[in-house]
Design a protein around this ligand. Structure first.
Ligand code: SAM
Length: 336
């Protein structure tokens, strides 16, 4: 089994032990121990990584999620009241033109989505809590009859989530960003609350949304133990969907990378998280995130799928808006 050595978790997990953990993971969800997840995240052996990816694909096949599901992504607005320290559309960034796509244009985009044969669409935008914002998305939902709609619009009051659910929204994605309170506090200004975010995720679940959450990898100070705990967190909120991507430093955001940040490491670690989330949770939809593509080109998304993801989100945001939905460098060129 796993034995702790002086430096971190070391690696008395031999080939046979890895095989045993992975076959246990294959047979039932939630059957990997926290310290085993931590070890599998720390391990640099590329043979072990290959075993993890292949076991994750086997689980995906076993739970009937071996078909990649496309959801058309529309980035409705970059207006945001929040000031997250990692994000390029944070309130304090004055170097982007703020937009909200007019409803007439949204109708045209939805027609294109339908014409291209999509049955699922996702609307994502900055975080605004106002009556006008609530009504704007209600109008959009009215246009979406027959489509499965995902919303990703941040923290809102229960009443707002409830109105959007009644107006037809089926799914909601709200990443916790990190389940570590320490890291969450580093990522957000004072006043943005970890507890409220968790409460929102639970509220969404209670309202009957197909509920997604997720995290960013490669954050400053994030250790394998934190990432292992993130996977257990997804289970604790009974997540139906998981979206994870590498954090990509943005020049207009204050969170800065340490010297050892590397794009390849960020892509590999994200793929390993995808695989381990699949192995731990089994029956969830897992997105192969756009940020993988921003770091590794089209191969980035394919690597997410190879690691066990089963959802992709081609970007339908018109080019006139895309460059201002500037979450991280390289974002605007991704997705289509
Ligand atoms: N405001 C909504 C929310 O918070 O859920 C949705 C929009 S938010 C911009 C969408 C996601 O973008 C966040 O959950 C975050 O994980 C991701 N994101 C923002 N800045 C990023 C960055 N610099 N690198 C990678 N992902 C980033």
């Amino acid at each position: 089994m796993i034995r702790r050595c002086e430096s971190a978790l070391c690696l008395d997990m031999n080939g046979a032990a890895v095989d045993e953990v992975l076959s246990r993971a294959l047979s039932a969800p939630r059957s990997i121990a926290l310290e085993e997840l931590e070890w599998l995240l720390s391990c640099d052996d590329c043979g072990v990584r290959r075993l993890i990816y292949s076991a994750a694909r086997a689980v995906r096949l076993k739970c009937g999620r071996d078909v990649v599901l496309p959801r058309a992504l529309i980035e409705t607005s970059n207006l945001c009241a929040k000031d997250c320290r990692y994000c390029g559309i944070r309130r304090s960034n004055r170097n982007i033109a703020r937009y909200r796509i007019p409803l007439g244009e949204i109708a045209e985009i939805i027609s294109r989505v339908r014409a291209e044969g999509f049955d699922a669409v996702a609307f994502q935008g900055g975080e605004i809590e106002s009556g006008e914002n609530t009504a704007y998305y209600e109008r959009i939902l009215e246009m979406c009859a027959g489509l499965q709609v995902t919303l990703s619009l941040g923290e809102q009051e229960k009443d707002v989530y409830s109105r959007w659910r009644k107006a037809g929204a089926l799914r909601y994605l709200l990443r916790i960003e990190s389940s570590s309170r320490r890291i969450f506090a580093d990522l957000h200004p004072h006043g943005q609350s970890f507890d409220r975010r968790v409460e929102c995720i639970r509220t969404l679940k209670g309202l009957g949304y197909v509920t997604g959450t997720g995290i960013m990898t490669c954050l400053p100070g994030q250790r394998p133990a934190d990432l292992a705990a993130d996977i257990v967190f997804f289970a604790s909120v009974d997540a139906d969907m998981v979206g994870m991507g590498p954090w990509i430093p943005h020049p207009a955001a204050p969170l800065s990378a340490s010297g050892d940040y590397s794009a390849e490491k960020a892509v590999e670690l994200t793929c390993r998280m995808i695989a381990l989330a699949r192995l731990y949770l089994h029956e969830v939809n897992i997105v192969s995130a756009t940020a993988l593509e921003a770091l590794a080109g089209s191969e980035g998304r394919e690597r997410g799928i190879e690691a066990g993801a089963n959802v992709v989100m081609p970007n339908f945001t018109p080019s006139a808006y895309r460059s201002n939905y500037d979450l991280y460098p390289g974002k605007a060129e991704c997705g289509r």
